[in-house]
Design a protein around this ligand. Sequence first.
Ligand SMILES: [Ca+2]
Length: 457
Amino acid sequence: MRTITTTLATFFLTQALTTAPTMAVEESQQTRPNIVFILADDLGWGDLSSNGHPQFRTPNIDNLAREGMAIRQFSVAAPICSPSRAGIITGRFPARFGILYPFQMDRNIAINQPDWLDPRPLTLPRLLQSAGFTTAICGKWHLVEEREKVMTDAPTPAAYGFQTWHLMRGPWKSDINPRQSFDAGVAFLKKTTKQPFFLQLTIHEPHVPYFPSPQALAANAHVDERSRRYAASVTDLDNGVGRVLATLQELHLEQDTLVIFTSDNGPARRAEDLKAAYGQYYNSGTTGGLRGYKGQLYEGGVRTPLIVRWPGHVPAGKIDSTSAINGVDLLPTLAAATGTAVPSDWGGDGVNRLEVLKGHPSVRPQPLFWRTTEQESVRDGDWKLVRSRKQGTTELFDLAKDPNEAQDLTQAQPGQAARLADLLQAWTKGLPTEPDPACCSQARKGPQTGLKPTAHD
Ligand SMILES: [Ca+2]
């Protein structure tokens, strides 16, 4: 067998050497790009200079958009950390796992959610790993409670398909601090020789508490003092993206790498007490005029910038303002980009939106659903219904005409309101009401911590 394999390998090697090098490069580009996925934390849709922020400067992210494509109607699967990340990694609406809020034991018990994301369904890194990708994550995890040593029986990132990880928090020993995610990512790029690779960089910035570099603070001297630390955190994020792009260029990987950038949810609500809590001024993230903020199902909570660069495949400098893409779509879309088959019995919620990224706008063929502890929502085409879970009241919006959700059309469009309410009700009927015991920690049976949920997870 070894002889045959060797003979075949020699044959293909000979063929490859006698083929023009550019052809070989093109072939590898078409089938197996590397992927660098950069996920910011709490960055608002309006915080990029390319999205119109009057003071914040994001030249590296803006440049990525110029060299690639900006999707203006990208939303995440939840308006807050843990469920948003669960939606991305599994391609499933996180409410299907009962995950509605950032993981923390007392809170998990209070709202009947599990203690960690179920590792058994398909995940994006495990799919890519099984297809031969080298997989790694650097930065924030948050698919289990973030405190050290509390839920040590939680599955490690290996169970989800990451071969290596450098985490800033979690039950396991953290080997980087929140400032070092980009360092770890750049180190991975420089030392990884086995391609293709999938690198997920889950960056702390610009989440509270802020750790801006002196250089970033100096670069934001033009910003009001109350917003300067936030603005400087955005600058550090942008500089980190620049470092990653420069590293890809230095390693001659630009053409072979799909770079994707987004944020896990919209900006945190301005909290006047933050100075007391963190010794810092309050959040200054912006939605660019979209209604709401982190934690809410209005667009300001769930819409985040999506930028994708893939030379030769994603048109450079194009902006798509009409096609809805969601965090759950990244799994099948990136699978398609890498020529990786998703099992036919997958049963996820994500839709392959690669054609949109190739410059062909389209309506998402299936509705999107969201659920938080406070609200539920459905979007079908440009119609969106938001329902208050406590009051039972609904609001209906036409996002094409009213992107800022200023006009409730429930009375004017009763047929649409009823249709979307029916969709939402049918979806919520299928959601779990109790956490899966297999995804609950032994620590849950012990004394509770008495910790109060914080406003800034
Ligand atoms: Ca977040």
